[in-house]
Design a protein around this ligand. Structure first.
Ligand code: FAD
Ligand code: SF4
Length: 462
């Protein structure tokens, strides 16, 4: 009999006092005993509301049943029927918004720790040699190229390969994974986990090439001569600017630059690595999403005196994963809610000395249902700071669209799709942040999987 009333196990974590000084992974994978006990809480609901709320429809009660039976290999095979990056998703998906947010146990006893169990299944099966890449269908003789190597392209490439096509992934950077590698820090997602998940896709026979910036190294039109179809999963890697005075001051970073230095270039190991990164004594991060949490937690590990996250709404409207906000608080990061930055102040040398903020109160909900910040007149104050990191959103890099006149984009710069999910160019498909302007790993993967289905149909008729 299941034991739903047993307390939810959030998993063990590195002590906050230690982890705020290192880049080692914060959360630990369940032991077998912990996984069995957590799996035992699941009621295996026949209507599986958790699974219905998962963007890629992972067979949640079924994989949990395999864990309960002590078979991590079978559990991960069940997950991989719909999601090929289980060790990544178990670590970074916003489960509280998707599966765990809909678990029937949530209100009374706490949701089953589905993310923790997914991660356990992937890590354990891999360690036991029981994580097997899916076997591709017989060759179709068709060639497809996926642009970018983030979760969207990885998912699309794996599905296309599964269907028997010859698939190549082209990546502009020198390493694969997109935001997983250059945005999300190793203390949340260790680099070897990304490497192993990419290796699974490589083991299926997908080919990968680095240092190819489509639109510069090669044009999209040229790719269409070599390949039967193209998937664009080039993400949204361009930081948005605040548009306030002082934004170019010395000591101001975009979260994108700050995180890329630390995560991709390993600047926190400088001078053993080539790229430096510096923070002063008082760091202020502007924003309330995952980028803001990651930037603040990375900054904390460089050991300034204070790190503050300043957000224009309240805690309730913050879009970051709940676990990251809690971890940031445990690590000593301060939060200043309901404030809008008006000016970044500088000394005569242009070095940042502080930020002038105005306080807000919450007004009516916006089109997404989040209450709008409304400024309180006369509430200005100055927060001292010598390092400012802006994390207020990302937008697509225009390189591909600018060099492909036939490819339609919207005024937000994202690639436009018609009601059938097609771009304005036959044989060219797109998904992930390049059509959404910023989303989640699972939504990006889901777009890639859906586009692979459309590409399969398109290639049948070719
Ligand atoms: P990306 O991951 O951006 O990958 C796009 C890839 O395409 C990049 O590698 C880029 O170099 C490459 N590329 C771009 N242009 C070209 C070109 N012209 N030619 C060739 N290659 C090109 N989501 C979650 O679910 N959970 C989280 O915890 C989370 N944390 C996040 C933390 C940060 C700091 C950020 C920025 C985002 C986070 N997100 C999180 C959001 C999530 O990472 C993204 O929604 C997701 O990565 C989008 O996937 P994608 O494949 O569309 O694009
Ligand atoms: Fe198990 Fe919760 Fe899903 Fe029900 S909703 S099957 S209890 S994880």
């Amino acid at each position: 009999m299941p034991n739903p009333s047993a307390p939810r196990n959030n998993g063990k974590q590195q002590d906050p006092a230690l982890r705020r000084k290192n880049f080692d992974e914060v959360a630990h994978t369940f032991t077998k005993e912990e996984a069995l006990a957590e799996a035992d809480r699941c009621l295996h609901c026949p209507t599986h509301p958790c699974q219905n709320a998962c963007p890629v429809g992972v067979h949640i009660p079924d994989f949990i049943a395999f864990i309960k039976a002590g078979d991590a290999g079978a559990a991960v095979s069940e997950i991989m029927k719909t999601s090929l990056l289980p060790a990544i998703c178990g670590r970074v998906c916003p489960q509280e918004k998707h599966c765990e947010g809909h678990c029937v146990l949530k209100a009374k006893f706490g949701a089953v720790n589905i993310g923790g169990l997914e991660r356990y299944a992937a890590d354990t099966a891999r360690a036991e040699g029981a994580l097997k890449p899916p076997v591709p269908a017989a060759s179709t003789g068709k060639k497809v190229v996926c642009i970018g190597s983030g979760p969207s392209s990885l998912a699309c490439a794996a599905e296309l390969r599964r269907a028997g096509h010859d698939v190549t992934v082209l990546e502009a950077l020198h390493a694969y994974g997109g935001v997983l590698r250059y945005g999300i820090p190793s203390f949340r997602l260790p680099r070897e986990v990304i490497n192993k998940e990419v290796q699974t896709v490589q083991d299926m026979g997908v080919k990968f090439k680095t240092d190819v910036l489509v639109g510069a190294t090669i044009k999209l039109d040229e790719l269409l001569k070599e390949y039967d179809a193209v998937y664009i999963g080039s993400g949204a890697g361009l930081p948005m600017m605040l548009g306030i005075p002082g934004e170019n001051g010395v000591g101001v970073y975009s979260a994108n630059e700050f995180l890329t230095r630390i995560n991709l270039m390993q600047a926190y190991k400088f001078p053993q690595t080539d790229t430096p990164v510096q923070v002063g004594k008082h760091v202020v991060v502007l924003g309330g999403g995952n980028s803001a949490m990651d930037a603040a937690r990375c900054a904390m590990r460089l050991q300034p005196e204070t790190v503050t996250i300043a957000y224009r709404r309240s805690r309730e409207e913050m879009p970051a994963r709940a676990a990251e906000v809690e971890h940031a608080q445990e690590e000593g990061i301060q939060f200043e809610y309901l404030v809008t930055p008006k000016e970044i102040l500088q000394d005569e040398q242009g070095r940042v000395t502080g930020i002038r903020f105005t306080r807000n109160q919450l007004g009516e909900p916006d089109e997404r249902g989040r209450r709008r910040p409304v400024e309180i007149p006369g509430s200005d104050f100055v927060q001292p700071a010598d390092t400012v990191i802006t994390a207020i959103g990302q937008r697509p890099n225009p390189t591909i669209a600018k060099t492909t006149p036939a490819l339609k984009t919207t005024e937000r710069g994202v690639i436009a799709l018609n009601e059938k999910g097609e771009t304005s160019m036959p044989g060219v498909y797109a998904g992930g942040d390049i059509i959404r302007g910023g989303a989640t790993v699972l939504l990006a993967m889901n777009d890639g999987i859906a586009a692979a289905g459309r590409i399969n149909e398109y290639l049948k008729g070719k």
